[in-house]
Design a protein around this ligand. Sequence first.
Ligand code: 7TS
Length: 404
Amino acid sequence: MLDIQKIRADFPILSQKVNGKPLVYFDNGATSQKPQVVIDAISKYYTEINANIHRGVHTLSQLATDAYEVSRGKIQKHINAKFAHEVLFTYGTTHGVNLVANGFAAILKPGDEVIVSALEHHSNIVPWQMLCERTGAVLKVIPMNQEGELIMSEFDKLLSNKTKIVTVNHISNALGTINPIKYMIDKAHEFGAAVFIDGAQAVPHLKPNVQELDCDFYAFSGHKMCGPTGTGILYGKEAWLNKLPPYQGGGEMIKEVTFEKTTYADLPHKFEAGTPNIAGGIVLGIAVDYMNEIGFENIQKQELALLEHATKRLLEIEGLKIFGTAKAKTSVISFNIDGIHPFDIGTIIDKLGIAVRTGHHCAQPIMNFFEIPGTIRASFAFYNTKEEIDIMVEAIKKAQMMLS
Ligand code: 7TS
């Protein structure tokens, strides 16, 4: 088992007080906290090697370029991509989704179909809707059941030769459901459709193996896996990235520019216009190293224990209902208490130092499905403890008493 106290000492923010109480941070689904090695690496970059990359002959530019490309290589290895140039640096998952959805505008014809799921975050819905509006393609939705699981028999029925791309999250941010993406990828490929996986909520908990999954695209954000904000990765199979047009035009993404015609740079630079988040990209590699040192098996064991403990303890509270009871689930619990608005609970427990998210979690279709305005969501990371869960349960009981 992990030495949680030792791990917690790596995260300076966790020993802070908030509103005079020790911080209990259960909003990891929104963003994770950062270990000291990550914080130090940002400072070290700006202190020692800050320069623009891929352009200077001078020493610092080369050092920065090397560090950036080393980080790309680390991430390639982490997700088991075949080539480093299939790993694109982005500003986050949202950027990755928009890059691919925009590219598909050059491919889709009126009447083609795009399949999304009922479990998506808005950032994996809206760009595809915009794509359909632009191209005349049709958006189809895989429905879910009361447990918050996608219904695979309905997915099978939606697939046809009209399907050009299927897009689904690996893990749902609002409910924690782990989707059967390997099945979905293989099934979609039978119809020649591409598959985009939104891995934003998966990468903090597991190590995706993109070659084994055989997905065509896999996007995630660095800030949810101990890395800096404004960082992300879009993995794409080489053949797809060659086929898609660039997303943004600008410096660094060209081979040659004249006023008559511009030719584009090879991968990955074709999709990396402008000065990127250099420090962030380098430090994302440090965050990936940190998580691998802890080990994803250990992370999963700890998080599963937290999920079990929290589920058991929360269900002690009268009138509490959990949304999202899938068999395959990660350490996210969404819940409501009879007769009380989630926002009111969130506000009171914040005064007691506890950070949870309340609301629709950028997944309004899920809230509409359950006919609720929102939920309280506690999302746990490997550095959380059972004692913190007990503190939250007592705080919720107190809030319930105050509000009823
Ligand atoms: N996809 C999923 C499944 C997400 O959970 C999120 C962010 C995104 C995409 C967008 O990621 P971004 O880094 O580009 O913003 N999810 C959440 C959340 O659950 N609470 O705050 C942000």
